[in-house]
Ligand binder design. Structure first.
Ligand code: IPM
Ligand code: MG
Length: 361
């Protein structure tokens, strides 16, 4: 099968981790007879430097015209003083909105090989960590009006949080559908004791609940959820939440699995053209040092094969290769904890080892 993939290397460690994911995709293509063709797209700080804006129209069009998009990471201190609407992150938000990928799926699952890397007590980890955060991605405070007015010393900054019933309903349905195919438990996370948007969120989730009798719906306030994720993560199957809460909770959820470097994500809308990216940032402090963990990006490529290209065997093959390499004790520094028998390796070698461990199932 021929697939056109838009590739955004981005900033910081982005180019390094994406190179490893492409190495793995090329090997999968060779093993299974697929032709993965890549179109390179500039986005983020590198696009600001080259084109004067974080995501030029032509770049967005390339992404929309592709079969899917694979992204490394964007941003870095070099662009810290760029005005708000021109920041590298704005390119990412514009891409998500332009592709209309409103549903972001972020799995928090512990690899048994990395149980020691979790900062939680072994007795808590032993109960199991395997849940998914379904994050609304194209609405809420990220996309409301942003404004700073007034004179220095007396300025006022405003960020507006808006959700419509239809925006909540479409992500709610993804939450219920995801839970229905798993253990049937959906936790809707909001701040309905304070926010109108959260009260609307909660009421829509309860209306939808009647259509999904096999899914048990539970409401949770976001502050309590942050606590419950570290207290007993085994209680969660699927969490559905709005954009900013999902951003924050997914970093927390990733950390309890050992390293944020391991976690992939998919973002989808009404079509099969999705956006796939690791959930970590551009880590400019370690850029170019060949010590970044490419696994989150490699697993994002696997998600692309599974969810956008209907290639489940190929996706399983990548996930199995990651497992094999972890079984061999190979670790990038972020997941290396000195366990006897484990060996610290760099980003490139991790990519080589995973590509080398691919074996059609
Ligand atoms: C993420 C990131 C982004 C977000 C930033 C870079 C805009 O933190 O994907 O989680 O907040 O969505
Ligand atoms: Mg984030």
């Amino acid at each position: 099968m021929k697939k056109q993939i838009a590739v955004i290397r981005g900033d910081g460690i982005g180019p390094e981790i994406v190179a490893e994911a492409l190495k793995v995709l090329n090997r999968v293509g060779a093993l299974y007879g697929h032709d993965f063709a890549y179109t390179h797209v500039d986005m983020g700080g590198c696009a600001i430097d080259k084109w004067g804006e974080p995501l030029p129209d032509a770049m967005l069009r390339k992404c929309i015209a592709s079969d899917s998009v694979l992204l490394g990471a964007v941003g870095g201190p070099k662009w810290n003083d760029v005005p708000g609407p021109m920041r590298p992150e704005k390119g990412l938000l514009r891409l998500r909105a332009g592709m209309n990928v409103y549903s972001n799926n972020r799995p928090a699952k512990i690899w048994p090989q990395l149980a020691n890397a979790s900062p939680l007590k072994p007795s808590v980890v032993a109960k199991g960590i395997d849940f998914i955060i379904v994050r609304e991605l194209t609405g809420g405070i990220y996309f409301g009006r942003h404004e700073t007015t007034g004179q220095e010393g007396q300025r006022t900054a405003t960020d507006v949080l808006t959700y419509s019933e239809s925006e909540i309903e479409r992500i709610g349905r993804i939450g219920f559908e995801t839970a229905r195919k798993r253990r049937g438990k959906l936790c809707s996370v909001e701040k309905s004791n304070v926010l109108d948007s959260s009260r609307l969120w909660k009421s829509v989730m309860h209306r939808l609940s009647a259509e999904y009798p096999n899914v048990e719906l539970r409401d949770m306030l976001v502050d309590n959820c942050a606590m419950q994720i570290v207290k007993d993560p085994s209680q969660f199957d699927v969490i559905v939440t709005e954009n900013m809460f999902g951003d924050i909770l997914s970093d927390e959820a990733s950390m309890i699995t050992g390293s944020i470097g391991m976690i992939p994500s998919s973002s989808l809308g009404a079509t099969t053209c999705g956006l796939y990216e690791p959930i970590h940032g551009s880590a400019p402090d370690i850029a170019g040092m060949d010590i970044a963990n490419p696994i989150g990006t490699i697993l994002s490529a696997a998600m692309m094969l599974r969810f956008s290209f209907d290639m489940p065997a190929e996706a399983d093959c990548i996930e199995q290769a990651v497992g094999l390499v972890l079984d061999q004790g190979l670790r990038t520094p972020d997941i290396f904890d000195g366990t006897p028998g484990c060996q610290k390796i760099g980003c490139r070698e991790m990519g080589d080892r995973i590509a080398g461990a691919l074996c059609p199932l």
